[in-house]
Design a protein around this ligand. Structure first.
Ligand code: GDP
Length: 621
């Protein structure tokens, strides 16, 4: 039994509608928002609030035929009805649809009733025939639709979360929580003790935290980027292994005899000098044009021509022979879409995302007429350009400064939390953001909530010293509950009227269930204004896995009906990838969230905002 059938133009204009009951909410608006506007038309159905929406496109006339039913009552004739109404409606009104005038299609209701009856009858006879053949269960289309709908419904609340991710969480739960002997806090405590012992008496020379709270108890030289900082190895399972303990134990590999001879004060000075050299004095990356290009200065026509000329005999010339057709068929598109798919994957777009994009572009072009003198390649390129632009254009503001400005004087500071896997550039990006905010007149408190990795607090402290005035570090040392440290930091920022709190968190692999639970707690308890996921631009297929699992774990471990998920992306190390900018697409497509900042180097100045046009241009080059 269907609840609603609507025919509407892709512009949103409803041409004809039949509602059998009053719908709760607006599943069609959801369809437009999450499928049509985000180029996910290759999907077959959408579950929302107890309803399932199925649809068909008619690309030549630019129409969408959408049918809504209750997920628990899937009609077996849904697809038949959709395709019969689509072909009937278009052939009946072909001429009328060419007019721009808003015509009235109310008369279509009678014809619709007829088609509905035919579809229902056909479905009933199919069921009867199947019963007669004693194979009813296997052949009723409605039956096969149920698990699909149920699956889609489970997914609907968490963008990018899927069944695989869910089962992964269940599996890893047993693994991580039983590992009592590997309790992270215990690991840190042991490492800290060993660190202090080997540092030769630093325990006696504990120095005060630069802000408040109990004294910090670590030497400062552990984390200098150029002082033998060990590359952080990604973890492979949720259990903390002996290898990982060793990797965390920075005390195992002191910087050398000379460093051990230095007093703490001298080591601090060396550390500070190194940070200044790297983050302040080094030449910022001003040569990076893919992101930094001024959108107003791009000449689209000239650019496209230049790209086409420069392509010469490359893969794209392959398509030229396909010019001059009238209506695009699946066969015409197939090889062209495949070449673009390969080109996107070569640009580091995750395979899964490239597949979905090309399916979506194919679905939006099939049946469409080719404009005169246009090749299939150009048509696909234009459609892909449009799709990528829509995906990468933020749906909501990413103007952090305006949001902070609006909050000023409002009591609670603006809170940004950074999360991500190890070594991707979380602390560096946090420090760069801090520099940007300080330059824009904000007062910033940095909360050291990576209470797990030895050296993390010292790294932030040195950043704070480099960054100068109007910024303070809040830390409680190591082994503490990160959620509680963040809460204390926010309270202190409120008392001292800081505008912004930047919360650093421990790096964690997406499969590490105990650490994911700790992050979820921090987020749920402190409700930051923004939860930034920091990811490397170098990452390929793993980008999708990381983001799906972060979001899935965040959703699983928060009690709220509306759990906080990642709502902004910081993409680092863009300066190291040439034009392989595909991770940007994978991350935005997976989360539906914008790229707020891009890191293009190692100095504080190397932070950029995304220029969507340049990004799309780099992808299609
Ligand atoms: P965290 O473990 O995620 O906090 O990572 P860090 O902030 O310690 O950064 C790890 C390494 O990446 C450091 O050597 C940083 O200097 C480097 N890094 C961070 N961002 C960028 C960037 O945008 N470009 C380049 N080239 N290196 C970066």
């Amino acid at each position: 039994m269907i609840d609603d059938f609507t025919v509407f133009a892709r512009s949103g204009l409803i041409l004809w509608r039949k509602s059998f009951v009053k719908l709760r909410g607006d599943p069609l608006a959801r369809l437009v928002q999450t499928v049509l506007l985000e180029d996910r038309v290759a999907l077959k159905e959408l579950a929302h609030d107890g309803y399932t929406v199925r649809w068909l496109l008619e690309n030549e006339a630019g129409l969408v035929f959408a049918l809504v039913y209750q997920t628990s009552l899937p009609p077996a004739y849904a697809d038949d009805l959709l395709s019969s109404v689509r072909s009937d409606f278009v052939s009946r009104y072909r001429e009328k649809l060419k007019d721009d005038a808003e015509d009235d299609f109310a008369e279509y209701s009678n014809q619709f009733e007829r088609l509905l009856t035919v579809a229902e009858d056909k479905s009933l006879s199919r069921v009867a025939a199947a019963r007669n053949a004693n194979t009813a269960t296997a052949s009723i289309p409605g039956r096969t639709a149920t698990p699909l709908s149920a699956q889609a419904s489970r997914r609907s609340d968490v963008d990018g979360m899927d069944g695989d991710a869910e089962s992964m969480i269940t599996e890893s739960r047993g693994d991580g929580t039983e590992a009592v002997e590997d309790d992270p806090e215990e690991v840190v405590r042991r490492n800290r003790e060993a660190f202090l012992r080997r540092r030769g008496g630093l325990g006696g020379a504990r120095r005060k935290s630069s802000s408040n709270g109990p004294p910090a108890s670590a030497g400062a030289a552990a984390e200098a980027p150029s002082s033998g900082k060990r590359p952080k190895q990604p973890r492979k399972s949720s259990k903390v292994t002996a290898g990982e303990i060793a990797a965390l134990d920075f005390s195992e590999k002191p910087d050398g005899d000379d460093a051990n001879q230095l007093t703490e004060e001298a080591r601090d000075a060396v550390e500070l000098a190194r940070f200044r050299e790297q983050f302040v004095d080094a030449k910022p990356n001003d040569a990076y044009d893919v992101i930094a290009a001024d959108p107003d200065n791009l000449d689209d026509e000239g650019e496209t021509a230049a790209i086409q000329n420069s392509r010469g005999g490359g893969v794209f010339s392959y398509f030229k022979g396909l010019a001059g057709m009238k209506t695009l068929t699946k066969g015409d598109l197939e090889s062209v879409l495949e070449k673009f798919r390969e080109a996107l994957i070569a640009k580091n777009v995750a395979q899964e995302i490239a597949d979905k994009l090309m399916e979506s572009v194919g679905a939006s072009l099939e049946g469409k007429r080719l404009e005169t003198m246009t090749t299939v390649t150009t048509t696909v390129r234009n459609a892909l350009d449009g799709a990528l632009t829509r995906i990468l254009t933020p749906r909501q503001s990413v103007d952090i400064l305006s949001e902070i400005e609006a909050r000023k004087g409002g009591g609670r500071p603006y809170v940004i939390t950074y999360c991500g896997v190890n070594g991707v550039g979380k602390s560096t990006s946090l420090a760069k953001t801090c520099f940007y905010l300080l330059n824009n007149g904000c007062r910033v408190l940095i909360a050291a909530c990576d209470t797990f990795r030895a050296g993390a607090v010292e790294q932030l402290r040195t950043h704070v010293r480099c960054l100068g005035d109007n910024v303070e570090l809040f830390d409680r040392g190591y082994g503490k509950d990160a959620a509680a440290v963040a809460m204390d930091a926010i309270r202190r920022a409120k008392e001292l009227r800081y505008d912004v709190v930047l919360v650093d968190t421990a790096g964690r692999m997406q499969d590490n269930e105990p650490l994911m639970r700790a992050l979820s707690k921090l987020v749920e308890v402190n409700q930051p204004d923004r939860l930034f996921f920091v990811g490397e631009a170098l990452v390929g297929n793993d980008a999708v896995d990381q983001l799906k699992k972060f979001n899935s774990a965040l959703a699983d471990h928060q009690k709220s009906a509306n759990p906080r998920l990642i709502d902004g992306i910081v993409l680092t190390k863009f300066d190291t990838i040439d034009d392989k900018v595909g991770a940007a697409v994978s991350m935005v497509y997976t989360t539906g969230q914008p790229i707020v900042f891009v890191g293009v180097g190692q100095t504080y100045m190397d932070l950029r905002k995304v220029n969507t046009k340049s990004l799309v241009r780099a992808l299609l080059r």
